[in-house]
Design a protein around this ligand. Sequence first.
Ligand code: DGY
Length: 322
Amino acid sequence: MSGDRPVLFVTRRLPAAVEARAARDYAARLNPADRKLAAAEILAGAEGAAAILCCPADRLDAALIAALPASLRVIATFSVGTDHIDLAAAAARGLAVCNTPDVLSVATAEIAMLLLLAAARRAGEGERLVRAGRWSGWAPTQLVGRGVSGRRLGILGMGRIGRELAAMARGFGMEIHYRNRSRLPAALAAGAIFHEDEDTFLAASEFLSLNAPGGAGTRQWLNAARIARLPRGAVVVNTGRGTSVEDAALAAALASGHLAAAGLDVYDGEPVVFPGYLGLENVVLLPHLGSATAETRDAMGFRALDGIDAVLAGRPPEFAVA
Ligand code: DGY
């Protein structure tokens, strides 16, 4: 506590309105320089704190969680993803963990749709051509891509973001196929075709969008064997977690032409990007922009603070993951 207000440690710079609310309600320790903190700095910042508001780039592993101060009651992450936090270690210490689902679903689905179109229509190549001053004018055979209308889109992970993407892709005339832990009720599936069988799902996916949350269950899910079962010329996009992809296998399939193109917003080990992608023209690379709209980032911050408020007031948080 600092005065009569609990201490809240915020690991990264947040939108101004979110920081203002944090400073109004808590003795807030902010990070105005927005420097990525090492584990020792997170521990030092959390000293005496009742709450931590962290981000996906912070790694809160079991060792760090074990060393957090006894004063700590809640960790809220400025993300829907929680694969950067050892949830079992947090639960073992009796720490509540909250996240920010729903408010980022549309923004993230927009980036998936953007990548799908950009990869299929070769927008990255075109943009680089124009910027380099190498465009010699319109030509009938220049940068011919593939249309999305009438094509099948396979969605791995039909949660909130997957369903928003499905709704957008339907507007582009795509037929939606999906794989999920379980079949969705008809009202949520909205006509999307569920595949119990992985082989039929992969064979159907002329376009494949990975919307899986990451973690052990999907580690390197898109490997060489599964890529080989996609139709030749398929397009892959990933806005879930980079850990779901075996990078060397994806890069090899893009180089060989088995896959026509890919669009990636997330990377295993980001911000380091697998070097094999960098020389490939047929991959569009974005810097984890999924939730990056002003209104979404505000809403994420407010949702994280709502979780902290609830735990510190002794109420159950609405979005708790541990
Ligand atoms: C999340 O919320 O998990 C995203 O990856 C951050 O935009």
